[in-house]
Design a protein around this ligand. Structure first.
Ligand SMILES: Nc1ncnc2c1ncn2[C@@H]1O[C@H](COP(=O)(O)OP(=O)(O)OP(=O)(O)O)[C@@H](O)[C@H]1O
Length: 333
């Protein structure tokens, strides 16, 4: 099978399966391959964190799943149905079951509607009665801790960033989704508010039995919420595994460098490896072989000549690297 390998895939049990996804954006200067042959599965009830620096293709991956961006090639299966070629009408139905939450909550809400109407926008489409909509609005606003009546009549611009994100989450919940796709939902919020929103998403996930894809550029944010983590670099999958394993013993030098750039709160968790330096290469002309090699302190000749495939380096931990770090000494194997 082509590209980044399939060793980490878990097949039919998944609620969401992405196979060899490619998303290209043609432009005047050339074609950007924003997502390049990425495959992954998310099992029911699981939270998958997708991390990597800005421009690595995280958002494009999420948007392609909902077909907000059109995949150039590859397959996407949701709840047993292959959807990469589904028509727009079918996608509109499916997007009720796959809700997305965005980075800028205020911008994602209709500026002219009151909160109580915004949260049931999706129900209007499916033809719920006015009484049902009103009851549902009160219910979902209570679930996101905005039960105080003054919120119901507010406009988005009257809300704080955290309150607006709660409204966006309530709107997603109102239509009863199976999958919640969160694209950097806390990046624009104050640090003190970030933890509250992360806790809210975790609590709602448990209560509503949701499956979650959580996109963030910061590994620290994803750590608290994810069961599995997928690390991306320049459109490619670098590492995939149990969140704890990936954090405790990163196998890809890029994951390790990302961890080194997380501000330390616990000095015992300090990683002593080389930090990430240098700029990301242009996505218009990615390096040959391993795309990370131009910034990798461990790169050798083979890394330029041959693209690494995804393989299992420790039980449940998969990495696309010719010389992955070992747990014992954090040196290449
Ligand atoms: N609509 C578009 N047209 C052209 N290029 C795009 C478009 N959207 C994204 N790209 C390019 O595709 C690549 C991946 O972008 P994407 O937004 O998916 O990355 P990301 O990891 O989510 O970054 P960020 O956190 O900054 O959103 C980048 O090089 C970006 O410039």
């Amino acid at each position: 099978m082509a590209g980044s390998g399939t060793a980490h895939l878990r097949g039919d049990r998944a609620l969401l399966s992405v196979r060899e996804l490619v998303v290209e954006y043609p432009g005047k200067a050339g074609t950007v391959r924003a997502v390049s042959d990425v495959s992954f599965d998310v099992l029911p009830g699981e939270t998958l964190g997708i991390v990597g620096e800005s421009g690595c293709g995280k958002s494009t991956t999420g948007r392609a799943v909902l077909r907000l961006d059109r995949p150039t090639s590859g397959r996407i299966r949701f709840d047993g149905e292959w959807i990469e070629r589904a028509g727009e009408r079918r996608m509109r139905e499916l997007r009720r079951r796959m809700q997305m939450i965005f980075q800028d909550p205020v911008a994602s809400l209709n500026p002219r509607r009151e909160v109580k109407d915004i949260v049931v926008e999706g129900l209007t489409v499916v033809g719920a009665s006015a009484a049902d909509r009103s009851a549902k609005a009160a219910d979902v606003l209570a679930k996101v801790s905005l039960s105080d009546e003054r919120f119901a009549g507010m406009l988005p611009r009257q809300l704080s960033g955290g309150q607006a994100q709660r409204v966006a989450i309530a709107r997603a919940l109102a239509v009863g989704p199976q999958l919640l796709l969160c694209d950097e939902p806390v990046s624009a919020l104050d640090v003190s508010v970030q933890a509250q929103i992360l806790n809210l998403i975790s609590a709602l996930k448990a209560e509503y039995d949701l499956t979650v894809v959580f996109i963030a550029h910061d590994l620290g944010v994803v750590r608290t919420i994810s069961d599995k983590v997928m690390v991306m670099y320049l459109g490619k999958l670098c590492e995939f595994g149990e969140a704890e394993e990936v954090y405790d013993a990163p196998a890809h030098p890029y994951t390790r460098a990302l961890l080194d750039s997380v501000p330390l709160t616990d000095p015992d968790e300090r990683f002593t490896g080389p930090a990430l330096d240098g700029d990301m290469p242009s996505p218009l002309s990615p390096p040959s072989g391993c795309r990370f090699r131009t910034r990798c302190p461990l790169a050798r000749d083979r890394c330029a000549a041959e693209e690494p495939q995804v393989r299992e380096v420790r039980e449940g931990q998969y990495v696309a690297c010719h010389y992955p770090l070992t747990e014992a000494n954090e040196q290449p194997a």
